[in-house]
Design a protein around this ligand. Structure first.
Ligand code: RNT
Ligand code: ZN
Length: 419
């Protein structure tokens, strides 16, 4: 379609939306200002850049050629992906992705210096960075207990690691003049039923208290705690369950990270947002797509994602919900995975932003539930596609699905040369 026609189509859509009380130009400005956090680990299947790379602890399936082999290649791939995604974004790093220059730097020895190259690159590329402690893929995590280990040596090692991760996050936050979000997820749990559910949880609470006893400026670093329902090897018992972290976060004025794959399949993450934000000041989402289990598939526009976007905007939570993605799929071109995931989240946000909310809200207040349903249903067939296409033109990125051509070209020019 010609650019002129994309614009014409948008003008018609704009008129249609204004009849419903929605200002599409303003919606696009709002969308433009939303930064998503892309997981650096999708580029290399969570290998990381430590000298010993055979300690792979996460289950990533697929062996599509072209995996990034080092931080330079990860950065190169991320820039390619970002060039096909409208707007400016954030990159979420894991502690295992420092620039260690071939040296063995154990997790309890990492320093801000190891992330200087990432910071320089990010500043140059107008990207902001987020951070994650890496409490897996390590010999000291092989017994499946880290911060909640009953072995004081193991526990102290991981406490030191997470403390350093917080310091590095604060350093990043200060350097980029914008808060760095620090997420803590640990794999701790039992494959089979524990005798006591309490023991490890009380150790975890104590470790977290030790970690947070050092106060850091919240203008530079915000800590989030990521719960989980079960994992491979922790099917029967997860120390850091939702109830555990929620209680901890509320009692200690910390914050939750909700990974969309970490709940019972019929449980709605979207519905949790309003409850959590009544009692904690912000939250982090790990936008993911679980297929039958916590499979970390590439996010696509589905009902769950759309419902989540609606809940964020309807209750005015945009500033308090941080949108990160957590997926890893090694069965397709990894750059294409970033593009689909990010653009899908943006499309879900766009369609939620286009909802003619005030009318539905008014009907609800009047007890006119048929009116409410009618307005909410009308929102489902609005010309989101025409507005999205125009947005892509405006932002100088290819429309769907034509960005694939660039991904394919990059695959033959760059990825296919990686062995
Ligand atoms: C694991 C958690 C965690 C990781 C990343 C790599 O179940 O979702 O967020 O996926 O830290
Ligand atoms: Zn996650």
């Amino acid at each position: 379609m010609k650019k002129d026609n994309v614009i014409k189509q948008y003008e018609i859509a704009r008129e249609q939306m204004s009849e419903l009380g929605v200002d599409t130009d303003r919606v696009l400005d709002t969308l433009h200002a939303i930064r998503l956090s892309l997981p650096c680990w999708q580029a290399d299947d969570i290998h990381g850049s430590e000298s010993e790379q055979d300690l792979h602890g996460m289950k990533v399936t697929g062996d599509y050629p072209g995996r990034a082999r080092n931080n330079l290649e990860i950065r190169q791939d991320l820039l390619k992906a970002l060039s096909l995604i409208p707007g400016r974004h954030r990159i979420s790093l894991h502690a295992m992705y420092g620039d260690f220059n071939g040296k063995k730097v154990d997790r309890d020895r990492i320093e801000p210096e190891h992330f200087r190259q990432w910071l320089d690159w990010a500043a140059e590329s107008k990207i902001l960075l987020d951070f994650n402690a890496t409490c897996f893929s390590h010999p000291k995590a092989s017994a499946n207990f880290t911060l909640s280990s009953l072995d004081a040596g193991i526990r102290d090692f991981w406490i030191e690691h997470v403390q350093r991760c917080r310091d590095i996050s604060a350093h990043i936050g200060a350097a980029q003049s914008g808060v760095c979000l620090h997420d803590i997820w640990i794999p701790d749990g039992f494959k089979d039923s524990p005798y006591s559910c309490l023991e490890h949880r009380s150790v975890l609470a104590d470790s977290l208290d030790r970690i947070f006893s050092r106060e850091l400026p919240e203008s530079s670093v915000l800590d989030f705690l990521e719960s989980k329902l079960f994992g491979i090897g922790s099917e029967a018992y997860v120390v850091g369950s939702y109830d555990f972290y929620l209680s901890y976060a509320v009692s200690r004025k910390k914050r939750m990270c909700l990974d969309m794959g970490h709940f019972h399949p019929t449980e709605s993450v979207a519905d949790k947002i309003s409850s959590l934000l009544l009692f904690t000041d912000s939250l982090l989402l790990h936008i993911s797509r679980g297929v039958r289990w916590d499979s970390d598939h590439i996010p696509i526009v589905n009902q769950e994602l759309q419902e989540t976007a609606l809940r964020i905007f309807r209750d005015g939570f945009l500033k308090r919900v941080h949108l990160a993605m957590d997926f890893f799929d090694a069965s397709v071109n990894r750059i294409g995975a970033y593009v689909i995931a990010s653009r899908s989240v943006q499309k879900a946000l766009l369609s939620a932003l286009l909802e003619p909310g005030p009318e539905a809200k008014k009907h609800e207040a009047e007890g006119d539930y048929l009116g409410r349903l009618a307005w909410m249903e009308a929102a489902k067939t609005l010309p989101v596609g025409a507005i999205w296409d125009y947005y892509c033109e405006r932002e100088g990125v290819p429309r769907d699905p034509f960005w694939i051509r660039e991904v394919k070209a990059y695959e033959s020019a760059v990825l296919s040369r990686r062995q």
